[in-house]
Design a protein around this ligand. Structure first.
Ligand code: NDP
Length: 240
């Protein structure tokens, strides 16, 4: 059954693959982005998927943005919290701004998007929320105290909210990707990337579409018994 889906950070990388896979699954999709207008325009041209610009770090902007999407496409029933950033630094060099920016986007951004949507999902008795966390929220990663804290927070949020939504037909789940071949990972120096790949048992980076397939399954009507769970998709790099 086709529903209205909103993917944050859907203009590039994993989010773009998720938006396209949801469209192919028959959903009507809106993709948001933070500021790269060129990438967003290119994405809309190539896919026909509408893009909307606002920062997930800004609560009021999320509320207004959601209202805009719903006026255009109808009530949003599927939310994929995918927008995310890194501001890596060894902890002794990490600035308060680096800490705040990552928490504001990767953790508070999930609250800011989910909170204004929640009452409508409860009223209508159906909802699917999927948050893209990270392997580094599960295992921690040197140089990413900010990112690991935010992504681990996303998992706690998911488990708590799953309990609140369970009787209202709302499922809340998370996906923890390992290293996926997107601009975020390709920005890492090649030597470091080679070291990363050497730690992945399947011997390669993941593809954005491999994460998108997990999302399509979790948001389907058939996945109604799966809530509060985390899908780990990391090529065998880490088990919990
Ligand atoms: P990219 O950097 O390729 O894309 C990030 C997307 O998020 C872009 O669309 C960007 O918009 C948007 N975005 C960033 N900040 C904001 C903001 N404040 N408000 C709204 N949109 C914003 O990232 P990836 O595709 O690599 O990552 C997607 C998600 O997956 C992230 O949450 C990341 O932490 C997670 N992840 C990624 C892994 C990887 O290996 N790539 C591994 C594990 C998790 P714009 O282009 O306009 O800035």
């Amino acid at each position: 059954m086709g529903r209205v889906a909103l993917v944050t950070g859907g203009s590039r990388g994993i989010g773009a693959a998720i938006a396209v896979a949801l469209q192919e699954a028959g959903h009507t999709v809106a993709a948001t982005y933070g500021g790269n207008d060129e990438a967003a325009a290119r994405f809309t041209d190539e896919t026909g998927i509408a893009t909307y610009k606002w920062s997930v770090a800004d609560y009021d902007a999320c509320k207004d943005g959601l209202a805009r999407v719903e006026a255009d496409l109808g009530p949003v029933e599927i939310l994929v919290n995918n927008a995310g950033i890194t501001r890596d630094a060894a902890f002794h060099k990490m600035t308060p701004d680096q800490w705040r920016e990552v928490i504001d986007t990767n953790l508070s951004g999930v609250f800011n998007m989910t909170h204004p949507l929640w009452p409508g999902l409860r009223e209508r008795g159906f909802g699917r929320i999927v948050t893209i966390s990270s392997i580094n929220g599960q295992k921690g990663q040197a140089g990413q105290a900010n990112y690991a804290a935010a992504k681990a927070g996303d998992l706690g949020f998911t488990k708590a909210l799953a309990q609140e939504g369970a009787r209202k037909g709302i499922t809340v789940n998370a996906i923890c990707p390992g290293y996926i071949a997107t601009e975020m990972v390709m920005a890492v120096p090649e030597k470091v990337r080679e070291q990363i790949v050497a730690q992945i048992p399947v011997g390669r980076l993941g593809e954005p579409d491999e994460i998108a397939r997990c999302v399509v399954f979790l948001v389907s009507d058939e996945a109604g018994f799966i809530t509060g769970s985390t899908i780990t998709a990391n090529g065998g790099q880490y088990f919990i």
